[in-house]
Design a binder for this molecule. Structure first.
Ligand SMILES: [Zn+2]
Length: 263
């Protein structure tokens, strides 16, 4: 359900409501949104005590807005920091109890059916589907699972990558293979595999820890098939469809569309 929507070029500011009740539900939704929109988000703020009316709140920002550790960190060729202003928050509201006469006390008319509020400012100052951006995506859970299987079968990091690439080639046509093999989510670089393999064999590794293992070489950036992947930012209607995920019917946003597009 879209409550408000404004579009300025490739920028979007919107508020949507989702029928989700728990943090776990929103975690799954966020992961699907990240996968579908080719964007990656980092936590800006958690709210352990988020008030009487909410059960969960998190603020997020684009991964291309980092806190550089030194004055020269941004000048490094592999730096992903573009000071991207995109951000959003997710709030899961508590469903209110009805009073003795069965009336709802909340003035929020959507709180019973759609307790979760998502407020998004999609205003990326970098390309979303360029080769360089794809090389900086998070490695997906499915790829991490495959890597763990390969390591436990005795593969080295380099032979594990070769196997991942071979499987991608067998499972996809040439164009998709080029795209997927240049995407870190499906085909991580050698340094990642070394560090992931090391961490996996020495201790239990959480998704959060694995997500922080990232490194990209300049050579790999230079050899990605940019001609195939160097496309422009996705159109806003596509972003909205991915934002709403399975809760969306086909969204068509014209320039006049502003409010309540889905009900
Ligand atoms: Zn961004």
């Amino acid at each position: 359900m879209v409550c408000s929507y404004e579009e300025h070029g490739h920028s979007i500011e919107c508020t949507i409501r989702l029928p989700l009740d728990t943090k776990d539900d929103t975690d799954v939704w966020l992961k699907n949104f990240q996968d579908a929109s080719f964007s990656a988000w980092r936590v800006s703020n958690n709210y352990p005590h988020c008030g009487k009316k909410n059960t969960y709140r998190v603020d997020l920002h684009c991964q291309h807005n980092t806190c550089p550790r030194s004055l020269t960190a941004d000048q490094r060729k592999g730096s992903k920091n573009t000071k991207c202003p995109s951000k959003f928050y997710i709030v899961v509201k508590k469903r209110p109890c009805a009073d003795v006469r069965g009336r709802q006390r909340s003035k929020d008319v959507h709180i019973t059916s759609h307790p979760t509020v998502v407020n998004l400012k999609w205003n990326h100052n970098h390309e979303i589907t360029s080769a360089d951006t794809f090389r900086k995506r998070d490695v997906s859970d499915a790829t991490r699972e495959k890597l763990l299987e390969l390591f436990s079968a005795g593969h080295s990091p380099s032979s594990a990558i070769d196997t991942l690439k071979y499987d991608l080639q067998m499972e996809n046509n040439d164009e998709d293979y080029l795209r997927l093999s240049a995407d870190k989510a499906t085909c991580p670089d050698l340094q990642y595999c070394f560090r992931f393999g090391e961490a996996a064999t020495t201790s239990f590794i959480t998704n959060e820890q694995a997500a922080t293992i990232s490194f990209i070489t300049n050579e790999q950036v230079a050899t990605t098939p940019s001609l195939v992947m160097n496309r422009l930012l996705p159109p806003p209607s596509l972003v909205m469809n991915r934002l709403l995920g399975k809760y969306s019917r086909s969204v068509s946003l014209g320039t006049n569309a502003t409010l309540c597009l889905l009900r």
